[in-house]
Structures are given as structure tokens and as C-alpha cells.
Design a protein around this ligand. Structure first.
Ligand SMILES: [Zn+2]
Length: 75
């Protein structure tokens, strides 16, 4: 009887673990979809395209990084 309880506990643990893994994979996939739907903007300095929420806004345009904004605008 004790062995049966241990077996049930192991099965429940495996079921919960697989369920959690599926849920985390699903949420990761939906986050990736949102990311892909973001508008892309190009860097004025190097032309690289970056997602709108990661772009650095400058006085003359948008940049991929603060370093490129500094290079282009000198500020
Ligand atoms: Zn750049």
C-alpha cells in the first residue's frame, strides 16, 4: 500500500511537471508572436532594423542604440 502511494505521488509529480512545461512553452510562443508584430524601425546611423520598443529616439530620427544616437547627433 505504501508503494502504491509513492507511485501515485511520482505520477502526479510527472503530470504537474509536464503540464507546467506545456504552459510555459505556450506563453513563450505567444510572447514571440507579439514581438514579431511590433513595427520595425531602421537606425539612422547603421541602417539596422530594430523593434520599435527597443529603438532609441533621437532629435533626427531613431537609432538601434544610444551609442549610435551619440555618434550621429554628437550628444
Ligand atoms: Zn545603429
Amino acid at each position: 500500500m505504501k508503494l502504491l502511494l509513492v507511485l501515485l505521488a511520482v505520477l502526479a509529480g510527472v503530470w504537474l511537471w509536464q503540464r507546467g512545461r506545456r504552459l510555459s512553452q505556450a506563453s513563450r510562443a505567444s510572447r514571440g508572436g507579439e514581438r514579431a508584430a511590433l513595427p520595425m524601425v531602421s537606425c539612422r546611423q547603421c541602417g539596422m532594423h530594430v523593434p520599435g520598443n527597443e529603438a532609441v529616439a533621437g532629435r533626427q530620427g531613431t537609432y538601434c542604440s544610444a551609442a549610435h544616437r551619440r555618434d550621429a547627433e554628437g550628444a
